[in-house]
Design a protein around this ligand. Structure first.
Ligand code: ADP
Length: 447
């Protein structure tokens, strides 16, 4: 860029310089040429007056050698010439200035010498008797004038080239300096050019965006690593329990009466393991953000009916009643994820409930939202935990969660699946009173 500016300044300076020199020299030359012609005309006026008064006698006492005077008769015969012998001169009738003067009273012409270095200017005037008086003078041509000026002109051009070089170098550095000084880490910092401000503020916005993206990426990577570590840990616990019980049974170290409870523990732990694997798979599917199924129009109420049906046995086991009511809301979404949301919320509402408790599932269509609400009158969540329950493997009471068969992933799945449906989540809970979790979907009829 600097070189380009430098070259442009040099080029413009040289161009302006050459053009102005040509113009100045040309107009000076024209000015002097006109002056000379005027001088010849004045001389012509004087001489023609003299000839008109005295005729040939006028030339007898005539002694001028800086200009040439010729007197030509009406038929073109040269009567007098102060530089050549008139008798030897050819007929002048065809000379342009003579011809013009014969016809119009005054004639003028210029003839160049073969070298183009000098030119001859002729001015002629017709007398009353038809004869013509002509005065001529020679003048250097424009080129001839330039020859003696060549040295100073070259000197001037050279000094201007040197000057232009330094000015251009200085100027291009000054123009480029504020651009080079732009602090890319802080582009909006005061800069010399107003014109660059929109570009720099865009750059700043993009950089901020990039920083945010990078931070988000780092965070995602950290979460992924933590998740992998947690999954391994969570898988190890039931696996160790299973292999421990199985080893005791294999070695015949279990009394007859304990065999059934041991087998029951192995059964429970393997169920937990299966649940954990299922949840991990569901989460990693959600993480890849490529849901297996496309969005489709579906009925949230029917999905809720299905989810509750699959939990009926578990609810009965826990002596918890599940009630469903509300509108048959049509929603555009991914049915198996909507099922996961309702299933996990209801599963928690049963798990963290008292015997004889109730779970209420309500689907309501509001003006611009469809709200799925799952409430229970169970153990509730202490306020300091509410913000964290959607984190992976976060449990308020780890041992209680394990006891009731929790994996710590249920609400993470809910959070992810809700986000894929652009749904918001709100939690309202009081320890000892119960919990209400709302999933607020945008109503497709109003968006
Ligand atoms: P888990 O598999 O342990 O239930 P979740 O991610 O589903 O894991 O829930 C995280 C934690 O939030 C649970 O361990 C529990 O402590 C708390 N929690 C979730 N739902 C409820 C609820 N309805 N009532 C009380 N506590 C709940």
């Amino acid at each position: 860029m600097r070189n380009k500016i430098f070259r442009s300044i040099c080029f413009v300076t040289m161009f302006v310089l050459i053009i102005s020199m040509i113009l100045i020299t040309g107009s000076t030359y024209r000015y002097f040429s006109r002056g000379q012609i005027q001088h010849i005309k004045n001389q012509l006026e004087l001489v023609s007056n003299g000839v008109a008064l005295s005729g040939e006698r006028y030339f007898r006492f005539f002694d001028v050698d800086d200009i040439r005077i010729t007197w030509i008769s009406e038929d073109g015969t040269v009567l007098y010439d102060n530089e050549k012998n008139a008798a030897e001169m050819e007929n002048h009738l065809e000379r342009p200035e003579i011809k013009e003067a014969s016809e119009l009273g005054y004639g003028e012409s210029t003839r160049y010498s073969s070298t183009l270095l000098r030119k001859q200017i002729y001015c002629a005037k017709k007398m009353d008797d038809g004869s013509v008086v002509r005065i001529s003078d020679s003048q250097s041509t424009f080129f001839a004038l330039l020859i003696p000026l060549a040295r100073p002109i070259c000197l001037v051009i050279l000094s201007i080239i040197i000057l232009a070089f330094f000015v251009a170098r200085n100027l291009s550095s000054k123009i480029v300096e504020p651009i080079n000084e732009i602090d890319l880490d802080n582009p909006t910092k005061a800069n010399g050019y107003e014109e660059l401000k929109p570009l720099l503020s865009r750059l700043s916005v993009q950089q901020e965006q990039l920083k945010r993206d990078r931070a988000e990426l780092e965070k995602t990577e950290q979460i992924r690593q933590e998740f992998t570590a947690n999954v391994s840990h969570e898988l190890k616990t039931p696996l160790h329990a299973i292999s421990g019980y199985a080893e005791l049974l294999k070695n015949g170290l279990v009394e007859e009466k304990d065999i059934q409870p041991f087998a029951g523990k192995i059964y429970d732990e393997s169920n937990r393991l299966a649940q954990l694997v299922e949840d991990v798979i569901a989460l990693s599917r959600l993480d890849s953000r490529v849901p297996a199924l496309e969005n489709e129009k579906t009925n949230l109420y029917r999905i809720a009916e299905n989810a509750i049906e699959s939990l009926e046995e578990f609810a009965a086991e826990k002596n918890v009643a599940i009630l469903l009511d509300g509108d048959r809301a049509e929603i555009t979404g991914i049915p198996h994820l909507l099922h996961s949301i309702i299933y996990n919320l209801c599963d928690n509402a049963i798990k963290y409930n008292h015997s004889g408790g109730t779970v209420k599932v309500r689907i309501s269509e509001e003006s611009d939202n469809i709200v799925l609400s799952v409430s229970d009158n169970g153990i509730g969540i202490p306020p300091e935990h509410i913000d964290r329950i959607f984190e992976r493997f976060y449990r308020v009471d780890k041992s209680h969660s394990k006891e009731v068969g929790g994996t710590g992933l249920g609400l993470s799945i809910v959070k992810h699946a809700a986000a894929l449906h652009n749904a918001a989540i709100s939690v309202d809970s009081k320890p000892g009173e119960g919990t209400k979790i709302d999933i607020i979907f945008p109503n497709p009829d109003f968006t």
